[in-house]
Design a protein around this ligand. Structure first.
Ligand code: CMC
Length: 445
């Protein structure tokens, strides 16, 4: 098989694929930014061949107008706006509005959207009973998967995905309730009473209040910490077709209700190669412990026979610095300063590890740079969160992106159920063997 680009001739450019002497023209589609795409939609029908791309490294799974990443240049845009500008200047709900509806809101639009969200921040009181069904030491992500999925058992009036107003209602409910559900998971794990939302606070400050206030005394949210929380939420709000977003889209493609789809996204996010990496990065920094031990860990990360990796380093898409990591590093310094941890030994280890890794040939050649999770773990710890809450905070923020992507998919007239194919390498057809004639076979997994 050979592929040659064919840019000549009338109409749109095509690429030509030759299979056993037969030529097939594939349309080349151009986006507003990013690489061209060979449209293989009818490839199987025309050629009888599948394409093979485990991990989807070369596959655009959908058309989207929401988020753009240029991994080589270290660029991340939400609806065209650079992430650093949004994180520095925008509010979280403004970013949410942008991701959901495509444009920055006017003051009146933002006020109306904020009002709509804040009127849905409480959860059905009966839902509090779910929590007591979980063990106190349950991982809060396990609780999130269960409780968010169970929203569909409470809000029947917003699960008809064919009705745009129900889709909108489900979206508002999830964005509004996610911080409440997450804070309840935290409070339950430490044996404290649930704290109800305070709608006079903004999204991030309200979340900190629900996590750290107790009924017995007044709790004032530190504005520096609230700003850090806001930035963390904005930085994590969307990230193109990553594993959890693709999971939400795939679940949604079958017509599953939105609460079930977001619950599936949370389950996927939990994995250590995805949202669980901030927890893993902090654990690693604590394990390294002192600057003197860094070379030992760098050596291990480079050793092919050692499965150890520098957590918080490397990214499937960013082969330059992760633009979110820059803002996260700055935020980390601000938070540590605000809570009196400027000389935190873990921060020292992180800064030195980053310096050494960035000047090491192995990391340079493989284009391994710190990603957002490298500094977010230290920051979240300084904010007062235990490590098992880190991925939960990621899930709160990413809910906006998941919903924006899910809504885009449902509204797309070309949407069909997602159904990948496979390269089958198992047994060919064979006849059933009665038990009495079977010899002990080798088991395959
Ligand atoms: N430390 C040491 N070596 C590494 C690392 C690392 N963190 N990451 C990749 N490599 C090496 C890897 O061993 C491989 O080497 P070789 O070519 O010799 O076999 C090469 O770099 C390519 O790695 P890969 O696993 O094929 O790359 P990938 O694109 O499949 O994986 C990744 C991306 C993020 C899963 C991986 O870099 C990793 O495991 N990093 C640590 C976990 C982490 O920080 N994850 C957070 C990602 S950012 C949050 C998000 O957006 O979800």
């Amino acid at each position: 098989m050979s592929v040659a680009e064919n840019l000549r001739g009338p109409g749109a450019p095509t690429a030509t694929v030759t299979i056993d002497g037969a030529r097939y023209d594939l349309p080349i589609r151009k986006g507003t930014l990013g690489p061209d795409v060979l449209d293989i939609n009818s490839f199987y029908q025309e050629t009888g061949c599948f394409t093979y791309d485990p991990g989807y490294t070369s596959t655009a799974s959908c058309e989207s107008k929401i988020t753009f990443i240029d991994g080589d240049k270290g660029i991340l845009l939400y609806r065209g706006y650079p992430i650093d500008q949004l994180a520095e200047q925008g509010s979280f709900l403004e970013t949410a509005y942008l991701l959901l509806y495509g444009e920055l809101p006017t003051a009146a639009q933002l006020a109306e959207f904020t009002d709509r969200i804040t009127r849905h921040t409480m959860v059905h009181e009966q839902m509090t009973r779910f929590y007591t069904g979980f063990r106190r030491d349950a991982h809060p992500m396990a609780v999130m998967v269960g409780v968010v999925g169970a929203l569909s058992a409470f809000y029947h009036d917003s699960i008809d995905i064919k009705d745009p107003s129900q889709r909108e209602m489900a979206s508002v409910r999830m964005i509004a309730k996610m911080p409440t559900i997450a804070a309840m998971a935290y409070k339950y794990s430490i044996g404290q009473p649930f704290v109800y939302p305070r709608n006079e606070l903004d999204y991030s400050a309200n979340f900190l209040h629900m996590c750290f206030a107790v009924p017995s005394e007044e709790y004032k949210v530190n504005p520096i910490l609230a700003r850090a929380m806001r930035r963390i939420f904005i930085l994590h709000a969307d990230h193109e077709q990553n594993a959890s977003t693709s999971t939400v889209r795939l679940a949604g493609s079958s017509g599953a209700n939105p609460f079930a789809c977001i619950s599936a996204g949370i389950a996927c996010l939990w994995g250590p190669a995805h949202g669980g990496a901030n927890e893993a990065a902090l654990t690693m920094l604590q394990e390294i412990g002192t600057v003197e031990r860094i070379p030992e860990f760098i050596k291990r990360a480079k050793d092919k026979d050692d499965s150890f990796r520098l957590m918080g380093f490397g990214h499937r898409v960013y082969k330059n610095y992760d633009p979110r990591a820059k803002i996260m590093q700055k935020t980390c310094h601000e938070v540590l300063e605000a809570v009196g941890l400027r000389n935190d030994p873990i921060l020292k280890v992180a800064l030195e590890l980053e310096r050494i890794a960035l000047s090491d040939d192995y990391f340079i050649q493989k284009k391994l740079y710190p990603n957002i999770d490298f500094y977010s773990g230290i920051t979240l710890k300084a904010l007062g969160f235990p490590t098992d809450m880190f991925t939960v905070l990621f899930a709160i923020a990413r809910t906006v992106g998941w919903i924006a992507q899910w809504k885009e998919m449902i509204a797309d007239p070309s949407q069909r159920i997602g159904r990948p194919r496979q390269l089958y390498t198992g047994a060919t057809e064979r006849a059933y063997v009665p038990m009495s004639q079977r010899e002990a076979p080798q088991r395959s997994s």
